[in-house]
Design a protein around this ligand. Structure first.
Ligand SMILES: Cc1ncc(C[n+]2csc(CCOP(=O)(O)OP(=O)(O)O)c2C)c(N)n1
Ligand SMILES: [Mg+2]
Length: 356
């Protein structure tokens, strides 16, 4: 005997196409004009902050930095779909998620200047600090989601991972755990087509990254990650599903328009033509064209917004520049409680005038 025992399909969702035309059947009813303008402003803020950070790093005033430019819709759309009680677990490129969750911009600068205090995030923001080891945030997120379920909290965990990160064991272990224990976990795969110099096609022979969820027995979808509306809707639906015991994976198709980090030169391994093709799908220009077409946005509003956002960023930088770090914080922020080993290390570092 030979019979099919399993088959499935993966859906792709786009609500606003490259020309700013909306599929009204899929448009979430709560997304009124005001909300769309808010999305636009947030994406613009994320991009301006990113540009500032890059320029500061080039002046030697910030440490190594991973730019987000091009990925604003994936980050802002998903973060705006989360409630206050939901919990975000980003990697190292999701600066847009931090600002939506309410991380003060001066704290963003303190972190990227290399100070540990930048990683001490107010508990009520429900977000973990930057996590650089690829995909190690995945099991943490699954564990946090388990805790949410155990404590019967009305909260889902939204974790971010790159296309490269989906090749890590941690990715599979986390989604497998989520499927078995039915924890409220939403995985956003921020597929920006590159993992440093490794292109998406060399990452896996699988046709989509979304289909990786199938082996874990959990639902998934692929969305246009440069369509902020589709990302918002997919995340909103996934959070609802996850809270009802069905975790979810969303693959967002986007593009890393800039370098991997400030220590990388992408011109060594990819063509200008490829970048130019994706520039045409710019998520901010797309929503901007739609808003302008509807008379909700114009050039003078754009200028006013830019000026006020640049001032907000400059003020935050000024504050961050006044910040005086306390070296003890590298010991204090390792666990929520101290341990003898950590106390001993701090004492010995102090004795040796480590801080001088
Ligand atoms: C466990 C681990 N291996 C390798 C690295 C070095 N590294 C940093 S980012 C990166 C690629 C990540 O690509 P992807 O997951 O697609 O995320 P993206 O950088 O595109 O946002 C690598 C290999 C690391 N930080 N951690
Ligand atoms: Mg990537």
């Amino acid at each position: 005997m030979l019979k099919d025992v399993f088959s499935t399909t993966i859906k792709y969702m786009q609500i606003m196409d490259e020309n700013g035309v909306i599929d009204n059947n899929l448009m979430p009813p709560e997304l009124n004009d005001q909300k769309l303008v808010e999305f636009y402003k947030m994406m613009s803020l994320a991009r301006s902050l990113d540009a500032k950070a890059l320029s500061l790093q080039r002046q030697g005033r910030l440490a190594t930095y991973a730019p987000l430019v091009g990925e604003e819709a994936t980050q802002i759309g998903s973060a705006m779909a989360m409630g206050k009680n939901d919990f975000a677990v980003p990697g190292f490129r999701q600066h847009g998620v931090y600002i939506v969750r309410g991380l003060p911009i001066d704290q963003f600068f303190v972190y990227w200047k290399g100070y540990e205090e930048g990683a001490k995030i107010k508990k009520e923001l429900n977000i973990t600090p930057v996590i650089v080891p690829v995909a190690t945030q995945m099991p943490h997120a699954a564990g946090i989601a388990f805790a949410k379920k155990y404590l019967k909290e009305d909260s889902a965990v939204v974790v971010y991972v790159g296309d490269g990160g989906t090749s890590e064991g941690d990715f599979y272990e986390a989604i497998n755990f989520a499927g078995v224990f039915k924890v409220p976990l939403v995985v956003i795969i921020e597929n920006n087509q590159w993992a440093i110099s490794v292109p998406r096609k060399d990452q896996t022979a699988a046709q989509t990254l979304a289909q990786k969820a199938i082996a874990a027995g959990i639902d998934s979808i692929q969305v246009d990650g440069n369509d902020v509306i589709a990302v918002y809707k997919a995340t909103k639906d996934a959070i609802e599903s996850a809270k009802a015991g069905k975790p979810y994976v969303i693959e967002c198709l986007t593009y890393r328009l800039s370098m991997h980090t400030t220590s990388d030169d992408p011109t060594k391994y990819r063509s200008d033509d490829e970048v130019a093709q994706w520039q045409k799908k710019d998520p901010i220009l797309r929503l901007g064209a739609y808003l302008k077409g509807k008379g909700l946005w114009n050039d003078s509003m754009e200028e006013e917004m830019k000026n006020s956002q640049l001032k907000e960023i400059d003020d935050a930088l000024e504050k961050a520049n006044q910040f005086v770090p306390n070296p003890d914080s590298i010991f204090e922020n390792v666990y929520s409680f101290s341990s003898d080993a950590i106390d001993e290390q701090m004492e010995s570092a102090k004795k040796e005038n480590y801080w001088q």
